[in-house]
Design a protein around this ligand. Structure first.
Ligand code: SF4
Length: 282
């Protein structure tokens, strides 16, 4: 789906996620400005082996909806994917919410690298609490927004969280979205070497530590029920998790944190898990 020699940084999680698009039947990407634009390549070149439409931020889901309708009228079976970053999910939130409410027959994928990386690591609503960014040099003041839960509140047909740390789980979720219909949403945790300030060979290790520490929950929602998925089931139990510091302390964006900060973040993570467990009934 993506050619070697593309313009992503070394260790880029987005190019890893793009490789998994071969699980989706006849994919067509609609991409707003962001890292994915750069990875996919600038006109007249393209690193993608599939159709890509580049659009303004706020129009992404509206364009994806229209393109899907055009394919339907032409009698062509295609999975149209609004492929957005967490920044585009902020800027285009009204369009995303409207698309979910209409139950547009498309897949929305959020490659969540927890900041506006393409323009210099400005904080987004998905930025992790207390992380340093160029607009939060003392650490982000507010907690990460849980976009997947917001999509469940829209009663989307399929919602999943995934990570580039566990590619088989990500591939399975792409495949499930491909075989389903209606509004499908997948948020992929994407550790970013330059933005989070870690060596490029550690992308997978850090992605896995996010799951193992409980900082990133893996779940799916369909048929009205939330289910913890894959290896994520194991870490729903706090006793199975690694210390949160093992995830945070290997990233430069958290180098300023003291023990009290880490305890506060851990408490917030525990509270979010309680909400997820209430949704799941587990
Ligand atoms: S800044 Fe991060 S997400 Fe963006 S292309 Fe580079 S590694 Fe990938």
């Amino acid at each position: 789906m993506i050619l070697p020699g593309n313009t992503s940084c070394q260790g880029c999680p987005i190019s890893l996620a793009m490789r998994c698009l071969d699980e989706i039947e006849n994919p067509v990407l609609v991409i707003p400005a962001g890292c994915s634009t750069v990875v996919a390549g600038l006109h007249p070149n393209s690193a993608m082996k599939i159709p890509v439409i580049h659009v303004p931020f706020a129009s992404t889901n509206a364009v994806a909806c229209g393109v899907k309708e055009a394919y339907k009228r032409a009698g062509v079976k295609a999975n149209v994917i609004a492929w957005i970053g967490d920044g585009a999910a902020d800027i285009g939130f009204a369009t995303l919410s409207a698309s979910a409410t209409r139950k547009d027959d498309i897949i929305t994928v959020v490659v969540d690298n927890e900041a506006y990386m393409n323009t210099g690591t400005q904080a987004s609503l998905s930025t992790f609490w207390k992380a340093k960014t160029s607009t939060s040099p003392a650490g982000k003041a507010d907690e990460k927004r849980n976009l997947a839960l917001i999509m469940i509140a829209h009663r989307a047909d399929y919602v999943a969280t995934a990570t580039v740390g566990y590619i088989e789980d990500l591939r399975r979720k792409f495949g499930k979205a491909s075989q389903s219909e209606g509004f499908r949403f997948i948020q992929i945790h994407c550790p970013c070497p330059p933005g989070w300030r870690f060596p490029s060979e550690k992308t997978i290790e850090i992605a896995r530590k996010a799951v193992m520490s409980g900082a990133w929950a893996l779940f799916e929602f369909y048929d009205g029920k939330l289910r913890f998925s894959g290896i994520g089931k194991k870490f729903a139990e706090k006793g199975n998790r690694i210390p949160l510091a093992e995830y945070l302390k290997v990233q430069g964006r958290f180098e300023h944190l003291g023990d009290e900060d880490i305890v506060a973040i851990e408490r917030a993570i525990d509270e979010e898990w309680e909400i997820l467990k209430r949704f799941s009934g587990e």
